[in-house]
Design a protein around this ligand. Structure first.
Ligand SMILES: NC(=O)c1ccc[n+]([C@@H]2O[C@H](COP(=O)([O-])OP(=O)(O)OC[C@H]3O[C@@H](n4cnc5c(N)ncnc54)[C@H](OP(=O)(O)O)[C@@H]3O)[C@@H](O)[C@H]2O)c1
Length: 376
């Protein structure tokens, strides 16, 4: 049996939840680490720089503490994604991940994409960049990795629908009144996944699932009517794919991001993974409560509208989630701020990177205004 392809790995967002788990997997597989990037030169980043002395380094800002020659700024982060012949794991949080994704694909690299915001903010641009010779896009988001694996060897045109599972987050079963009083600590206590703060809050509002619906639309060329969401609190079944003949495939297993990360790194081979153990457990499935969690329908609406709307959705959510984490707005205001921002920003086509950056800026401005209004 041929061993897995051990090309160098570039880890963007190296200090985060996905980044650190990627480094664990890469170390275990013996893959060299060619590049590391983070938002700023934190102690955690400096520790990684010392642990991987061969890796090229970049931070988005605050590079003063780093040795000379380290790239500083978003261009420097994107340039790491273009290191030739590498697998680029994009674990950056937020719309800042879009340009490194485009740079990685534009250089003909494999991009292992955790940063779903790349597709939400600039889906059409990512699909264009994917036409570059050699470029590959492999989803790391567990639901999309599941769909991608179920589709291996299948004709995508014969898919009837896909079902994304959602854990339901910490507030599953609560109504809108109950949700109004939840605290930041309660919202950060995700029942099944241990992730960065932003995605954890997005999981609590179900906005994360809204992003994933848009992500699935772009990744697999599906209409929004073909993408469904079901609440599955055990997070054991990651997604299901139903074909036109009624056959349903699923990918199952305990929630552990090291599995989809490893699949994206070793594809088309598979390698042993001691961290993942399959155990049978009781599984339940239920329809999401769309009244208590309006983020889901906001996501479908923005996705169907297309153009700049998904980018505005993401940008407004980034601002609203920060405001919630800082105690400036209540939990239920997150989706209200996002909804009002979507209404405030005029709808436009999205054809070039500048369009995505404009939409991102306008979404942020509209959301900042909506937050300020609530704080008055
Ligand atoms: N965690 C999961 O289990 C999981 C699962 C599925 C998908 N995802 C997706 O993966 C992405 C990362 O999530 P996470 O949970 O790993 O987030 P996280 O723990 O908050 O980590 C985010 C990482 O991004 C870096 N970063 C922030 N701004 C940056 C910038 N402008 N340029 C370069 N790096 C920047 C951060 O660096 P600093 O430390 O310097 O700020 C940090 O290393 C998100 O898109 C999320 O939706 C995550």
């Amino acid at each position: 049996m041929a061993g897995p392809d051990l090309r160098p790995v570039v880890v963007l967002g190296a200090t985060g939840s996905i980044g650190l788990q990627t480094l664990q997997v890469a170390d275990r597989l013996g893959m060299p680490v060619a590049g590391l990037a983070a938002g700023h030169a934190s102690t955690a980043f400096l520790d990684l720089a010392a642990r991987y002395p061969e890796a090229a380094l970049a931070v988005a800002s605050d590079g003063d503490r780093l040795p000379k020659g380290v790239g500083v700024g978003s261009d420097a982060v994107a340039a790491l994604g273009a290191i030739p012949g590498s697998v680029v794991v994009n674990g950056i949080v937020g719309a800042a991940g879009l340009e490194p994704t485009l740079a990685g694909l534009g250089a003909g690299n494999r991009v292992a994409l955790a940063n779903k915001e790349s597709l939400v903010t600039g889906g059409p641009l990512v699909l264009d960049a994917l036409r570059t010779q050699g470029a590959e896009l492999i989803p790391v988001d567990s639901e999309h990795s599941a769909i991608w694996q179920c589709l291996a060897g299948e004709d995508h045109r014969l898919v009837k629908r896909v079902v994304l599972t959602a854990s339901g987050g910490p507030f599953r079963g609560m109504d809108r009144d109950g949700l109004a009083g939840v605290t930041v600590d309660q919202a950060l206590a995700h029942p099944t996944w241990d992730m960065g703060d932003r995605i954890t809050i997005d999981s609590a509002t179900l906005m994360n699932k809204a992003f994933e619906v848009i992500e699935a639309h772009f990744l697999f060329g599906l209409e929004f009517d073909q993408i469904e969401v079901v609440v599955h609190p055990q997070s054991f079944v990651h997604a299901l794919v139903e074909f036109v003949d009624g056959v349903v495939k699923a990918e199952v297993g305990p929630p552990d991001m090291r599995k989809p990360i490893q699949v994206a790194l070793t594809y088309p081979e598979r390698a042993p993974n001691p961290s993942s153990r399959f155990e049978f457990s009781d599984l339940t499935f239920a329809a999401p409560d769309r009244l208590a969690f309006p983020a889901l329908d906001l996501g479908y609406a923005a996705g169907r509208l297309g153009g700049n709307a998904p980018a505005v959705l993401n940008a407004a959510d980034e601002v609203a989630v920060s405001a919630f984490l800082e105690g400036r707005i209540p939990f239920t205001a997150i989706t209200e701020v996002v909804a009002s921002s979507l209404e405030a920003v005029p709808h436009q086509a999205l054809q070039r990177l500048e369009d995505a950056l404009d939409a991102d800026r306008e979404g942020r401005n509209a959301a900042a205004e909506a937050v300020a209004e609530r704080s008055r």
